[in-house]
Design a protein around this ligand. Structure first.
Ligand code: AGP
Length: 367
């Protein structure tokens, strides 16, 4: 059935392992074979007619929005505002009729996100949602509901929904870039190829499970863990910390690497593991210098990077997790896998209830 563990110990493990397949499905649905243009079924959505994008969500879906902000700004040169639903709804932010309001929710039933959507009704040009459950309230109340094709997600800690949300949001940003003429055909083809190559890379990331499990064994002893990332890896640092908190009950925080000096560096000592998400991209050297500041204070670094990054920066780190080399825009989708597996194996090492963590509900339908 769709709802058994398929030979895995937990639903979360199964859902992590399913990602190459469901992400491929999400990509196929919006990027038809043989073309490089993103196609949204049944809508005349045109980003060239819009001035700005407002994205609202909670939890992991909020971190997907935060990642998408980088994509929409960089690829489509579109001003983007991102907010958590519980703040947005009571702040009564001004929304113009040239704003696209975008809501991201796995369940489509999160109370605050639904209330934020209703607030935007009659104000925004269009209400668009990115959802996993097509018959949900949020999907039904949107002008356009874009399914993420993740399939049923049972684990309370969201995994495959996150990578499918990211995939759909990246494709939406590429559609915006095409509509607004900010990327030429070659660049669009380049991104399409990167997306189509993603399932293979996700499989390669899953192949690193044993190395990740070993690092997790060490994390399970910690009281606090810091996650650092820069650029597209910053929202992922937040997501990695959330996953670890949710299922292992270890206190974790995600920080933008550049913010380290502005406070959290005071926490660093030999008891503090610091997970550094850093593909060898344009901001890699900056992140590495932050990482060295951590090591100079005896912090224990787990470096997640590609071959080039690990070759350049491995001196003095506690452990490394090797990712395949990836096109910059898809890197946060790929690096989600080690973030999820680190949390998963840390929780398993601690013996916590991975699929049903204490105090949490899969869908938060009350405020
Ligand atoms: C993720 O691991 C969480 N359990 C939680 O933050 C979740 O993402 C949030 O409640 C939003 O849910 P939704 O996507 O169903 O709206």
């Amino acid at each position: 059935t769709r709802t058994d563990k398929g030979g895995h110990k937990h639903f979360m493990a199964k859902e992590i392992a399913e990602q190459p397949v469901v992400v491929a499905e999400a990509i196929r649905s919006y990027l038809p074979t043989g073309g490089d243009r993103v196609v949204l079924p049944d809508t005349d959505l045109d980003f060239s007619k819009l001035d700005r994008l407002t994205m609202v969500a909670c939890g992991t879906a909020f971190y997907a929005c935060l990642t998408a902000k980088y994509w929409f700004e960089q690829l489509a040169r579109m001003p983007v505002e991102v907010d958590i639903a519980s703040e947005f709804r009571y702040r009564e932010p001004p929304i113009t009729d040239r704003t696209l309001a975008l809501f991201v929710s796995q369940s489509g039933e999160t109370a605050d996100t639904l209330a934020a959507l209703r607030y935007c009704e009659g104000k925004a040009d269009k209400i668009v949602s990115v959802v996993n459950v097509p018959e949900s309230s949020i999907a039904r109340e949107s002008d356009v509901a874009l399914p993420i094709h993740a399939g049923v997600e049972i684990g309370v800690a969201s995994t495959k929904a996150f990578t499918c949300q990211l995939s759909v949001l990246l494709m939406l940003a590429l559609k915006a870039a095409a509509d607004r003429g900010t990327l030429d055909d070659d660049a669009l083809a380049d991104h399409a190829a990167a997306l189509r190559g993603l399932p293979t890379l996700l499989n390669a990331a899953l192949d690193q499970e044993e190395a990740i499990r070993k690092s997790a064994q060490r994390l399970s002893e910690a009281r606090d863990v810091l996650f650092l990332g820069r650029g597209l890896m910053y929202p992922l640092a937040l997501e990695g910390a959330l996953k670890l908190k949710e299922i292992s009950y270890i206190h974790a925080e995600g920080y933008a690497s550049g913010e380290l000096k502005h406070g959290p560096i005071a926490l660093i000592d030999k008891h503090m593991p610091v997970v550094v998400m850093a593909p060898r991209d344009a901001v890699f050297d900056k992140t590495v210098s932050n990482m060295q500041e951590v090591m100079a204070r005896k912090g224990k670094v787990i470096l997640v990077s590609d071959d080039d990054g690990i070759a350049d920066a491995k001196d003095g780190v506690w452990s490394t997790i090797r990712m395949p080399h990836a096109h910059g825009s898809v890197a946060p989708i790929l690096y989600s896998v080690p973030a999820q597996l680190l949390a998963y194996h840390t929780a398993v090492a601690k013996g916590t209830d991975v699929d049903q963590p204490r105090n949490l509900a899969k869908s938060v339908t009350v405020e």
